[in-house]
Ligand binder design. Sequence first.
Ligand code: NAG
Ligand code: NAG
Length: 225
Amino acid sequence: MAAMIISSSSCIHPIFGLIVLMILPLLFTSADPDALQDFCVADLKASISVNGFPCKPASEVISDDFFFDGLSKEGNTTNIFGVNVTVGNVRTFPGLNTLGISMNRVDLAPGGENPPHSHPRSTESGVVIEGRVLVGFVTTGNVFYSKILTAGQMFVIPQGLVHFQFNVGEGKALIFTAFNSQLPGSVIVPLTLFASKPSIPDEVLSKAFQVEEDVISGIKSKFGS
Ligand SMILES: *[C@@H]1O[C@H](CO)[C@@H](O)[C@H](O)[C@H]1NC(C)=O
Ligand SMILES: *[C@@H]1O[C@H](CO)[C@@H](O)[C@H](O)[C@H]1NC(C)=O
């Protein structure tokens, strides 16, 4: 890839090639920082707090630290959204610590939705395993991109952008998603705005959504706040 860029830019000004070379490392920076050792199985109970988790002593690391069967089971989708996201991140699979990746399993009931949300620390890619799913995201310029996907088809959500998955098929749907972060974080828009603790004042949301305050308190009550 680097060679390609150099040869295509060599017919332009050499300075241009130099600038491209200087920018390349920035383009390849991943969401999580690079590891400084082979592995660092997280000690989730450690009392010290660092950017990530401290490592469990290498002498205590076993094969099972690098395997996780948590995504093998279907999640229970009997809830208001009709979705269950089973996470395979550093908190559930400590072997991921410092390795900069994680995966989720998303089960969707018929008509179920993984509501608009964003991952502040990660880009997301995903593949539909079963069903028909409308996947969409909105850019910072408010452009909406979406497509209906079926089994075997893949999607990507750029880091931090608000997106959703909606089951538009007759039966249930299953998606596996992958992240370039051990802990992508999820800002679930309806819950962030209407179910935070403490609650965002109704007048703030009333102004933001241009509706009366009773509409806001009505929405909040749906989420038990
Ligand atoms: C997701 O599924 C698991 C396993 O069935 C269940 O324990 C959990 O409560 C479900 N979560 C939600 C939000 O429904
Ligand atoms: C799924 O969750 C619902 C609501 O919590 C519960 O009533 C139901 O028994 C659960 N189903 C299974 C198979 O665990």
